[in-house]
Design a protein around this ligand. Structure first.
Ligand code: FES
Length: 573
């Protein structure tokens, strides 16, 4: 019992009747003593462990530490698996399954005798999937992130997950790095358990967790193999029991102020563009309406305080050594809602009031930022009526205002077949356009927006071009890359009508993305357009393409938006 309040788990384990017998007896086959069913808080540990998700493969040890903490605090820990999404292995893209995993999480929490839940998250999509599912139930919840890998090291130099895959593979294509050296770098990049150690999407999500207040301080940056990660997991186990006793639900943490804090922090850390999609989806589940333009309004004037790849030089291990996210939160000061409640019972401001910074190269002050303005920019215009995003801090400055001739690829296969063709009519002033990479079109919105540059331009030393698509980009990638263009091409958005030779204007300062084609010509193209056939006739993919929302709504499924609570009135027998 929590005070005089009956916990929801007592509806399973409390009754002295046939149903109570069924719920307790089968659980006792695991060797639980009878007093575990006496009404104490039952804590679900939602585990995304999988050997197919290498970033989360160390989670068994982490779960054991959470259990230790739950037991110390007088709770009853029960670990359960959910679908795990590994970014590097899952085809056609892990994003296709984020919403499916969120359904697994939501129904696993709601359908079981759980009073509070600890979410073990790591690889990119596991964090939003678990938070989305938990938000739709709204029980007391703490996130424990798995932590980043140790810094990559290759021949005396640091190399970052993803970021240096993109750069080295371009060097191989340009002929400035041998294939043998490239292969050598594989094991040097991924040296330990943990997720990508650049400020890619996984690190961005771990920072999001901490800035939202749903993780304990320092959740974002402690390396996966650092013993302090185990301590954090144990403390989360202790703390979730208190949250259940005090009935502090996720909705008390995930307030509008918390979401606004997360948006500002994401700009200050140079976080991934994927953050936009995931935060919109999480907010939609808990019932806090956000719109795409808020990311620009709150973020665009934010200084970049963290010098991490892909925007900068350092890696997550350096970030933790320098003070981690608490040092950033402290430096942001009154730019944040400091009275937002966090899961340790203190406010965000209280948590970071004394947070030290040990290295001002890695974590800057507002007076001496890496860049004065770092937020994602939301673009609109005739090519993106429902918006598109670009990460200016990761783009070459000279391309942030650019007019160029379109070179169009209808699909990713078309791009792969022709991009290195010496006869391709392209120069560095052109704008590469890729269609068919949106939520419905691929399906699942893959990370292909950072298209490879034509080999003949790489050979001339060209390292960046304006690229536009309805897809996403890895958080570890970089370049003048316009993403999430909505409506997507397969829905008949303006992107569908772009042809080779059209003039396109990108003006980040003015937030414009224009297809400079006369309206009468656009009308002719629209009239002649035939929508492509559906990519999936049955199965989960069919449900996904029938119900997925566009990028400006977070690409959730339309029927999953909202909080459905945790009540289950009916018995199973
Ligand atoms: Fe898992 Fe990057 S591949 S976090």
């Amino acid at each position: 019992m929590a005070g005089t309040r009956r916990l929801r788990s007592t509806h399973w384990f409390g009754p002295h009747d046939k149903d109570g017998f069924i719920h307790r007896s089968w659980m006792k086959n695991q060797g639980f003593p009878p007093d575990q069913f006496d009404g104490r808080p039952v804590i679900g540990i939602c585990n995304t462990f999988s050997e197919l998700t290498p970033c989360n493969a160390h989670f068994r040890g982490l779960a054991e530490r959470v259990k230790r903490g739950v037991l110390e605090a007088g709770g009853f820990p029960l670990e359960f698996p959910v679908m795990s999404l590994g970014e590097t292995n899952l085809r056609p893209t892990a994003m296709l399954f984020r919403n499916l995993a969120s359904m697994d999480v939501e129904e696993s929490i709601r359908g079981n005798p759980i009073d509070g839940v600890v979410l073990l998250c790591g690889c990119d999509k596991t964090t939003p999937a678990l938070l989305m599912g938990a938000a739709s139930c709204d029980l007391p919840t703490i996130v424990v992130s798995g932590g980043p890998m140790l810094n990559g090291r290759f021949r005396g130099q640091p190399i970052g997950s993803g970021t240096n895959v993109w750069s080295m593979s371009e060097e191989v294509r340009a002929g400035t790095m041998s294939l043998a050296d490239f292969m050598d770098a594989e094991s040097c990049m991924s040296r330990s358990a943990g997720h990508c150690m650049t400020m890619g999407t996984a690190s961005t999500m771990a920072c999001m967790v901490e800035s939202l207040g749903v993780g304990l301080p320092n959740n974002a940056a402690i390396p996966a193999v650092d013993s302090r990660r185990l301590v954090l997991a144990q403390m989360a186990g202790r703390r979730i029991v208190d949250l259940v006793r005090d009935d502090v639900r996720l909705s008390a943490i995930l307030t509008r102020d918390a979401f606004e804090n997360a948006i500002r922090v994401n700009a200050a850390i140079g976080g991934s563009s994927n953050f936009v999609l995931h935060l919109l989806a999480i907010a939609g589940r808990i019932g806090v309406p956000l719109d795409l333009d808020l990311f620009d309004r709150l973020g665009h004037d934010m200084p970049l305080l963290v010098d991490l790849m892909p925007s900068g030089r350092f890696l997550m291990e350096d970030f933790y050594d320098a003070g981690g996210l608490p040092a950033v939160l402290r430096a942001l000061g009154d730019l944040l809602h400091r009275d937002a409640l966090t899961v340790n019972g203190r406010t965000l401001g209280e948590n970071v009031a004394e947070a030290p910074c040990w290295n001002r190269e890695v974590i800057r002050t507002r007076d001496a930022p890496v860049q004065p303005k770092a937020g994602l920019a939301v673009l609109r215009g005739s090519l993106a009526p429902q918006g598109a995003v670009i990460k200016p801090s990761a783009a070459s400055p000279h391309l942030l205002r650019h007019r160029g001739r379109a070179v169009v690829f209808e699909t990713i296969e078309d791009l792969k077949a022709r991009i290195d063709d010496p006869a391709l009519d392209v120069d560095e002033h052109c704008v590469l356009v890729l269609k068919g990479a949106g939520p419905r079109g691929y399906p699942g919105m893959p990370e292909v927006g950072n298209m490879p540059l034509p080999r003949k331009l790489l050979a001339r030393g060209i390292t960046d071009m304006v690229r536009i698509s309805d897809g996403r980009m890895s958080g570890t990638a970089y370049g003048a890359v316009v993403l999430h263009t909505a409506p997507e091409a397969v829905l008949g958005g303006p992107l569908a009508f772009v042809r080779d030779g059209d003039s396109i204007l990108l003006d980040v300062e003015a937030r414009r993305l224009e297809l400079e084609v006369p309206e009468d010509e656009m009308a002719r193209r629209r009239a002649a357009w035939v929508s492509p056939p559906p990519v999936a006739a049955s199965g989960y993919q069919r449900m996904y393409v029938d119900h997925v929302l566009q990028a400006d709504r977070g690409a959730d499924l339309d029927f999953l938006v909202g909080c459905r609570g945790a009540a289950v009135p009916r018995e199973s027998h």
